[in-house]
Design a protein around this ligand. Structure first.
Ligand code: GLY
Ligand code: MN
Ligand code: MN
Length: 463
């Protein structure tokens, strides 16, 4: 059985008796006129089918019977747009029970949905789904006089699929490791290209490093970057969502690269910050060592049974210690370490969370809040009750408990903008270090350490 068949069986087992799930893939997105953006399937749909073509939809009932609707074979269309699997080959290739042309969806779906109880579909994902469902339910209601029963409830399939996707199976872990390996090679390539260019006195800009990353991703079979690459030279590193732009990279600058490839539908997400010329200055090293220590503290508490918020809290404590030791936050103005943490005095320098789930999507699905008991999905709690961004200690809703198979990033940083309160030698230094962590039965495994993080390891790599 393929991983996709196993997942369909698992989802079927989570549906109520007589329920059915409807999972469409993503629509194509027009860029302008007849040109589209590069096509990316919907993650939920791909998770259940492994099928990459657009214009497709999966129906699945509680008996794990599956119907795939897909584009019909059409020589004329295939000459222009490429090969189509077609419904004739789908059962054999994808292991679905039956397959039909997507052109017959409105004819077949109402009959399949009739006499079922609840319809599960991913809420808020595909805008056309509600129209489809309206039409199908209307068709079914017309047949009620013949004894047909209409489904009575619409349910959010994300409640089930998010929890499934949160725990990665062996196939997913293997793919994510490969994605991280490729991204690690790309980071190394960009670092070495950078120091080489600076030493040769060749003018380079941020986009030259982006080009190295993209070349390395694609060369190893990655389909896309998992998100827009950030390549930020000097002060640009203090802009959190900066992208690779055209600023020159100068000797003496730090360069922050946050870039990861997508491979077979899975994201990697790595950040490294390095000196453009291959040698950290003393103030750069001060800040870098502080962020690295914060990351080490976060990694040390990342294990099964810990809370999602634990790595963040561990990072914040070490970052605050560092900010105080370096005179960036001073005790006379801000109080002692506990005061600084409690009153969040660090937020001018560290304003984001340390972690997010990682998987098919870079900010992957899955609740960040622990359900009160195992039978209550966290997503059914009232949102007003939840504040997963607050530390566990001050939040009424506990942060999610980490479990083997979860993957999260660990990405502390410090971003120091010019300010009369901060020693000038630290102005415009922006540093983030980001790794991808798999929770294992006994602890944690970093998937992204194909690219080093230590000061001397980076200097050696770039020498
Ligand atoms: N690259 C996006 C993030 O680190 O969350
Ligand atoms: Mn990230
Ligand atoms: Mn990132």
């Amino acid at each position: 059985m393929t991983p996709f068949q196993k997942r369909r069986q698992h989802l079927a087992s989570l549906l109520g008796k007589g329920d059915v799930a409807v999972v469409p893939t993503a629509p194509e997105q027009s860029r302008n006129r007849d040109s589209n953006y590069p096509y990316r399937f919907d993650s939920y749909f791909h998770y259940l089918t492994g099928f990459e073509e657009p214009n497709a939809l999966l129906l699945l009932n509680d008996q794990a019977e599956s119907i795939l609707f897909c584009q019909p074979k059409d020589l004329e269309k295939e000459i222009w747009d490429g090969y189509r699997l077609g419904p004739e080959h789908a059962p054999q290739t994808l292991g679905v029970t039956q397959a039909f042309s997507i052109d017959d969806l409105d004819k077949i779906a109402p009959a399949f949905l009739s006499n079922h109880e609840s319809i599960w579909f991913p809420f808020g994902v595909n805008p056309s789904m509600k129209d489809h469902l309206e039409r199908w339910l209307e068709e079914i209601s017309k047949k009620v006089r013949t004894g047909v029963r209409a489904p009575h409830t619409l349910k959010n399939a994300c409640l089930l699929l998010d929890e499934m996707r949160l725990i990665k199976d062996a196939h997913e872990v293997q793919t994510m490791q490969k994605a991280c390996d490729i991204s690690s090679l790309a980071h190394i390539k960009a670092m070495q290209f950078c120091s080489h260019a600076i030493k040769q006195k060749v003018d380079i800009k941020e986009y030259h490093l982006e080009a190295e990353l993209l070349h390395e991703f694609r060369r190893h079979g990655s389909e896309f970057p998992a998100y827009t690459s950030i390549v930020a030279a000097g002060a640009n590193a203090c802009v959190l969502h900066y992208r690779a732009d055209k600023a020159p990279i100068l000797s003496g600058d730090l360069v922050l690269i946050d870039a990861g490839c997508e491979l077979n539908g899975y994201a990697s997400d790595i950040t490294r910050t390095f000196p453009a010329n291959g040698r950290f200055t003393s103030p750069q090293k001060d800040i870098y060592e502080c962020v690295l220590k914060a990351q080490e503290a976060a990694i040390a508490v990342t294990k099964p049974g810990a809370k999602f918020s634990d790595p963040h809290e561990a990072s914040v404590r070490v970052l605050c210690e560092g900010l105080m030791a370096l005179g960036i936050l001073n005790q006379s103005a801000h109080g002692n370490l506990d005061d600084v943490i409690e009153h969040r005095k660090y937020t001018p320098f560290y304003m984001h969370r340390t972690s997010h789930w990682l998987g098919m999507d870079v900010h992957d699905c899955g609740s960040y809040v622990q359900a009160p008991n195992p039978d209550t999905p966290a997503c059914t709690l009232a949102w007003s009750e939840l504040d997963p961004l607050k530390p566990a200690s001050s939040s009424t809703q506990p942060s999610r408990t980490l479990q083997a198979g979860m993957v999260l990033t660990i990405e502390p940083g410090l971003y120091i903008r010019p300010s009369p309160d901060v020693p000038e030698k630290y102005w415009n230094i922006g540093i983030r270090i980001e790794d991808d962590a798999l929770i294992t039965p006994n602890g944690v495994q970093l998937l992204s350490r194909g690219v080093p993080v230590g000061v001397s390891d980076i200097e050696q790599l770039m020498s």
